[in-house]
Design a protein around this ligand. Structure first.
Ligand SMILES: [Zn+2]
Ligand SMILES: [Zn+2]
Length: 575
C-alpha cells in the first residue's frame, strides 16, 4: 500500500508530465492541489478509503476524478493514468524536470530547442554556455541549473525524515504480530532524527531469526530481497529505500543499537574514550580483554565509560561530550512542552481552512495560544492581505477571543520583507498586531550583503517579532539564501527578537547547527508549523526533533511558555 507521501509524489509526477506536455493549466493545478492535500493528511489515505462512512472528496483539494484515482491506487497499488503518461515521456526527461530550479516548463523548452535528453546533456549544455542563449533563460538561469544539478547529485537518495517515519510506522505495525520478536528498534540516522535519511536499520532480538526474516519478506512494500544470511537480511522497497534487518543476541542489543545508531563521528569519539580506559567497544559490547563488561543496554554501554546515556539526537560529536563533561547534559525539549504555535495561515490567503477551523484544530491539539499569520499583500500569488483586510481579520479575531476561554488567538501577520528592503505593510498597521512574522519570499538570489541587510533591518523594526524560515532553504530542492547568519544572530540578540525553526519537514529552517548557534547568542527560538491547513499543525514534531538535535531545552523555545509568560517575555507591553 502506498504511503501518503508516495501517493502525493505520484500526483505531482502526473502534474509534472502534464506540464511538460503543455496540457491544460487547470488540469495541472488539480493534480498539484491534490498532491498537496494528500501530503498534508494526518492519517493514511487507506483509512479513509476503507471507511464506508467517509469520502475522499470531503478532503479539500480532492475532486471526484482524483478521488477515484486515489481509491484505485490504494486498492490496487496502481495508477494507470500515470503509467500511460510515463510511456509518453522517457524517464530521463522526467529526471530533467526534477532538477531544482528547472521544472517541467523549462525542461520542455530545453528538450525542444537544444535536443537535451538527459542530465548528462543538460550539464554539458550549461557548461558550453548554450543554455544562456535560449529565450527566457540567460546566464543566471544557467548558473542556477548547474547549482541544481549539484544539489540533485548531493541529495542522492536521501528522503525526508518524515517520509522515513511513515515507512517505519508501517513496518512496525507489520512486524509487531511476529511472535519471534522480543525486541525491535530502528537505529541509524532515522533514530538520530536527521532531517534526511538514506537507509533504514532495524535491530531485533528474536528466538528464531528465520521467522523474523520471513515476516519482513512479506511486508507489502518489499520489492526485492537483496540479501539474506543467518542473522542479516536486506530488502529494497518499491520506492527504492533499502531496509537492513539484523538479529542480535539480547546480551549485545544495547551495544548493537548504539553502534548502528551512530553517528560515525560519535562512535569514533567513544572508541577513543574507551581506549583511554583500557577498554574496547564494538557492536557486540564493551570489552576488557575478552571479557564483556557491558552490552545488553545502551545505558550500560555508556556507564561502562562513565558517561551518561545520550539522547540519539545529540550523537553527532558536536556538543554532547562537552556538555556531559561539564555535567550539563540538558533535558531536551519535547513535543509535550509545546503550548503555542506562532505561524499559520487561513483561507484569507493561501491556507485551506477558515480562521475558526484553525482555532478549533489548535484547541483539539491542546494548544493554549496561536498566532494567525496570513501573508501580506506583496505575496499576490497567495492573495496576501492589505491593511484593510488585515484589520478586518484582527476584528474577527477579537470577536472569536470573546468566544473561547481555553485558547488565546494572537493577531499576527507574516509580513514580507520587500526586495528593496523595508516591510510590506506600514508601521501603523504592524503596530496593531500582537505578533509580526517577517519573511523573505522574493529576491532570494540577492547578493549576501543585500539580503543580510534586509533581514537585519527587519529585526531592527520595533514591530517585528520574529524572522520566519531565516535561510529559505528547501531540503533537497533549494539552497539557503546567501545570508550572513552571524550578522542575523547579532541583530536578533541586540533587539531582543526571536528566530523561527520552521517545522515543515521540507524546511526545518533554522537547521540544527544554526539553532545551536542561535542558542549560544541567547536568542529564543519559536518552533512553528507554518500550517496551511488544520492537519499542518501536526508537523510540530519534526521541528521538535531538529530542536533536540540542536540541544535546545524547554527554556530555549519560546512557545513552551505559558500564555502569561509568553506575553510578558516576548510581546510588546500593550499587546
Ligand atoms: Zn513564509
Ligand atoms: Zn507562512
Amino acid at each position: 500500500m502506498p504511503t501518503n507521501s508516495d501517493a502525493a509524489n505520484l500526483l505531482d509526477e502526473i502534474a509534472d508530465i502534464l506540464e511538460f506536455q503543455a496540457a491544460n493549466p487547470f488540469r495541472i493545478r488539480a493534480y498539484r492541489n491534490g498532491a498537496r492535500a494528500v501530503r498534508a493528511l494526518a492519517e493514511p489515505l487507506s483509512a479513509i478509503v476503507e471507511d464506508e462512512q467517509r469520502q475522499l472528496t470531503d478532503i479539500d483539494g480532492i475532486g471526484k476524478d482524483l478521488a477515484e484515482k486515489l481509491t484505485t491506487l490504494v486498492e490496487t497499488g496502481e495508477l494507470p493514468m500515470l503509467d500511460e503518461l510515463r510511456a509518453e515521456v522517457p524517464e530521463s526527461l522526467i529526471q530533467l524536470m526534477r532538477v531544482p530550479g528547472l521544472g517541467p516548463k523549462k525542461a520542455a523548452a530545453l528538450h525542444k530547442e537544444l535536443g537535451i535528453e538527459n542530465l548528462h546533456d543538460l550539464r554539458a549544455a550549461c557548461e558550453n554556455e548554450q543554455v544562456r542563449s535560449l529565450k527566457g533563460f540567460g546566464a543566471k538561469t544557467e548558473a542556477t541549473i548547474l547549482e541544481g544539478l549539484d544539489l540533485a547529485e548531493a541529495a542522492g537518495e536521501r528522503m525526508y525524515w518524515a517520509h522515513a517515519d511513515e515507512i517505519v510506522q508501517a513496518l512496525r505495525e507489520h512486524l509487531e504480530p511476529c511472535e519471534a520478536i522480543q525486541r525491535l528498534e530502528f537505529a541509524g540516522s532515522y533514530r538520530r532524527g536527521r532531517e534526511t535519511v538514506r537507509d533504514l536499520d532495524v535491530l531485533v532480538v528474536a528466538d528464531e531469526p528465520d521467522a523474523v526474516m520471513d515476516c519482513l519478506a512479506e511486508f507489502p512494500a518489499v520489492d526485492t530481497v537483496t540479501g539474506r544470511g543467518d542473522t542479516k537480511m536486506s530488502v529494497r522497497l518499491a520506492d527504492g529505500v533499502q531496509v537492513d534487518l539484523r538479529v542480535v543476541p539480547a546480551e549485545s542489543f544495547g551495544a548493537a543499537l548504539h553502534y548502528f545508531t551512530g553517528s560515525k563521528e560519535h562512535n569514533v569519539a567513544l572508541r577513543g574514550l574507551a581506549k583511554k580506559r583500557g577498554l574496547k567497544i564494538n557492536e557486540y559490547g564493551v570489552w576488557k580483554g575478552d571479557k564483556a563488561v557491558a552490552g545488553a543496554s545502551e545505558e550500560d554501554v555508556y556507564a561502562a565509560l562513565d558517561l551518561p546515556w545520550f539522547p540519539p539526537e545529540l550523537r553527532e560529536n558536536r556538543l554532547e561530550f562537552d556538555l556531559a563533561e561539564a555535567g550539563k547534559l540538558p533535558r531536551l525539549v519535547e513535543l509535550g512542552d509545546i503550548r503555542g504555535d506562532l505561524h499559520m495561515h487561513t483561507d484569507q490567503t493561501d491556507g485551506a481552512a477558515t480562521l475558526e477551523e484553525m482555532i478549533e484544530a489548535a484547541r483539539a491539539r491542546g494548544l493554549e495560544y496561536i498566532a494567525i499569520t496570513d501573508h501580506s499583500k506583496r505575496v499576490t500569488m497567495a492573495n496576501g492581505l492589505d491593511a484593510r483586510r488585515l484589520r478586518q481579520q484582527f476584528k474577527e479575531i477579537d470577536r472569536l477571543n470573546q468566544k473561547y476561554d481555553d485558547i488565546h488567538v494572537l493577531k499576527g501577520v507574516e509580513c514580507d520583507i520587500l526586495e528593496r528592503g523595508g516591510m510590506d505593510l506600514d508601521d501603523d498597521v504592524l503596530a496593531e498586531a500582537d505578533w509580526v512574522v517577517a519573511s523573505v519570499h522574493y529576491g532570494q538570489n540577492q547578493p549576501r550583503e543585500q539580503i543580510t541587510r534586509r533581514i537585519v533591518d527587519a529585526l531592527a523594526n520595533p514591530n517585528v517579532s520574529v524572522i520566519a524560515h531565516p535561510t529559505g532553504r528547501l531540503i533537497n530542492r533549494r539552497k539557503p539564501y546567501d545570508v550572513d547568519l552571524e550578522a542575523v544572530f547579532r541583530a536578533a540578540a541586540e533587539h531582543g527578537k526571536l528566530l523561527e525553526l520552521n517545522a515543515n519537514p521540507a524546511r526545518l529552517d533554522l537547521d540544527d547547527v544554526a539553532c545551536a548557534a542561535a542558542k549560544r547568542h541567547g536568542i529564543p527560538i519559536a518552533i512553528s508549523t507554518d500550517a496551511h491547513r488544520t492537519a499542518g499543525l501536526d508537523v510540530m514534531r519534526y521541528g521538535i526533533l531538529q530542536a533536540r538535535r540542536a540541544g535546545l531545552t524547554k527554556n530555549d523555545v519560546a512557545n513552551t511558555r505559558s500564555l502569561k509568560d509568553f506575553k510578558r517575555l516576548y510581546l510588546r507591553p500593550e499587546a
